[in-house]
Design a protein around this ligand. Structure first.
Ligand code: FAD
Length: 379
C-alpha cells in the first residue's frame, strides 16, 4: 500500500484547510449556540467545489479521488463539525442519484446539486425504524402518471433547508427490503411538510427535522432507478458515506489533540507544565496512536472505494467503527487535559465532545458496523 498523498489531493487538502480555518472555524461556536443553519457557508463551499467533491466532473462535480474527499472532510470537520454534517447529508443525496438515477433525473437534480446551486437531503430513517430501515412504514402508491407518498421521516439533516430530498418508501410492502424505492421530492411539493425541528446535543449547525408526507404526489420520473431498488442503492450510498464519517472523526480528533498538546505545554501545576507529567504524556501518546490507526483504516477504505471494484462494506464499516469510537475517547481525554477550562464553554473542547457523539450513531450505529463486519467475515 502506498502511504503517500498524491500531489493533487495534497493541494486540495491545503486549500480546504486554509479556507476552513479562515471562514468556517470563526463561526463554529455561533452555529453551535444558536442551532441556526450555516447558510453563509454554502456559497464559498460551492465555489471551492466542496458541494460536489463526491461527483465526477461530467455530472457537475469536482471529480476528486475518494482520498481527496476524505482529506477535505477532515479539514472541514476540524473547523466546524456542524458544517461538515450538513455537507455529508448533501453527499448522501447526490450519491443516491449518482448510483441509482438515470441521466434525465441526474440532469435535473444531481448536476445543480453537485455545483452547489441546490441543496439535498436523504430521508431513510423513521420514528420507529433507524437501524432497521426495512421496518419503514412510509408508502408510495402508484397513481396515474405519478406516485403518492404517505408517511413520516425522522432525524433528517437539511430536511427543512434542502431544495430536494430523496425519500425512501415501500412500493411493495410484501417484498421486504426488495419492495423499497427511492423518490425525489422537491421542497414546496403539496403534501410535504416539515413537522418539527429536533433539539439535539451536537453538530447543532446542522439541524435535523421530522418530515411529514400526506397525499404528496411526485411524477413517475422522480423515482431513482427501478421500483424496488431503493434499499440496495441506500446501502451502497452508506458504504461510501461511512468513509466520510470516519474522515469527520479524524478531523475532530485532530483538532482536540492539537488543542490538548498546546494546552499541556502552557498550563502549569506543581511548578511544571502539565506536559511534564507522565500521566498526561501517556494520554497524549494514546490519543496520537489511536488517531493514526483510525487514519490508516480510513485511507484504506477510501482507497478501496476509489478502486471501485468489488465490495468494501467491511473496510468502510471498520473505518467508521474505529474512527468514531476513537474520536469519543480522544475528545474526552483532550477535555480532561484542559481540566475545568475544558468543561467551560469559553473553549471548544466541550463542543468537540458533544459533536463527536453523533459519529457513533448516524449512518449506522457502532453496533450495526460490528454486524456488517461480522457478516462480511462469515459470509
Ligand atoms: C443528528 C442526527 C442526524 C441524522 N441524519 C439523518 C439523515 O440525514 N437521514 C436519515 O435517514 N437518518 C438520519 N439520522 C438517523 C440515524 O441514522 C439513526 O438515528 C441511526 O441509524 C440509529 O437509528 P435509531 O435512532 O432508530 O436507533 P435504533 O435503531 O432504535 O437503535 C437503538 C439501539 O439499538 C441498537 N441496535 C439496533 N439493532 C441492533 C442489532 N441488530 N444489533 C445490535 N444492536 C442493535 C442500536 O445500535 C442502538 O444502540 C440522523 C440522526 C441524528 C441523531
Amino acid at each position: 500500500m502506498d502511504f503517500s498523498i498524491p500531489p493533487e489531493d495534497a493541494a486540495l487538502q491545503d486549500a480546504v484547510r486554509k479556507f476552513a480555518a479562515r471562514q468556517l472555524a470563526p463561526r463554529a461556536s455561533h452555529y453551535d449556540e444558536t442551532g441556526e443553519f450555516p447558510w453563509e457557508h454554502i456559497k464559498p463551499l460551492s465555489e471551492l467545489g466542496v458541494m460536489g467533491l463526491n461527483i465526477p466532473e461530467s455530472l457537475g462535480g469536482a471529480g476528486v479521488s475518494a482520498l481527496g474527499l476524505a482529506l477535505a472532510m477532515e479539514e472541514i470537520t476540524a473547523a466546524c463539525a456542524g458544517t461538515a454534517s450538513m455537507v455529508g447529508a448533501h453527499y448522501l443525496f447526490t450519491d443516491t442519484l449518482l448510483l441509482g438515477a438515470d441521466r434525465a433525473l441526474q440532469d435535473r437534480y444531481l448536476v445543480p446539486a453537485a455545483k452547489g446551486e441546490r441543496l439535498g437531503a436523504y430521508a431513510l430513517t423513521e420514528p420507529q425504524a433507524g437501524s432497521d430501515p426495512a421496518g419503514m412504514r412510509t408508502r408510495a402508491y402508484e397513481e396515474g402518471d405519478g406516485w403518492r407518498i404517505e408517511g413520516v421521516k425522522h432525524f433528517i439533516t437539511n430536511g427543512a433547508e434542502a431544495d430536494a430530498i430523496v425519500v425512501f418508501a415501500k412500493t411493495d410492502p410484501d417484498a421486504g427490503h426488495r419492495g423499497i424505492s427511492a423518490l425525489v421530492v422537491e421542497k414546496g411539493t403539496p403534501g410535504f411538510s416539515v413537522a418539527r425541528k429536533e433539539s439535539v446535543m451536537g453538530v447543532r449547525g446542522s439541524p435535523v427535522y421530522e418530515l411529514a408526507f400526506s397525499g404528496c404526489r411526485v411524477p413517475k420520473g422522480n423515482m431513482v432507478g427501478a421500483p424496488g431498488t431503493g434499499f440496495k442503492t441506500a446501502m451502497r450510498v452508506l458504504d461510501r458515506s461511512r468513509v466520510e464519517v470516519a474522515a469527520m472523526s479524524l478531523g475532530l480528533a485532530r483538532a482536540a489533540l492539537d488543542a490538548a498538546v498546546a494546552w499541556a505545554k502552557e498550563r502549569k501545576a506543581f511548578g511544571h507544565a502539565v506536559a511534564d507529567f507522565q500521566g498526561i504524556q501517556w494520554m497524549l501518546a494514546d490519543m496520537a496512536t489511536e488517531l493514526d490507526a483510525a487514519r490508516l483504516l480510513t485511507y484504506r477504505a477510501a482507497w478501496m472505494r476509489e478502486k471501485g471494484e468489488g465490495r468494501y462494506s467491511r473496510e468502510s464499516a471498520m473505518a467508521k467503527l474505529f474512527a468514531s469510537e476513537m474520536v469519543g475517547r480522544v475528545t474526552d481525554l483532550a477535555l480532561q487535559i484542559h481540566g475545568g477550562y475544558g468543561y467551560s464553554k469559553s473553549l471548544p473542547l466541550e463542543r468537540y465532545v458533544r459533536d463527536a457523539r453523533i459519529l457513533r450513531i448516524f449512518e449506522g450505529t457502532s453496533e450495526l458496523q460490528r454486524n456488517i463486519i461480522a457478516r462480511e467475515m462469515l459470509r
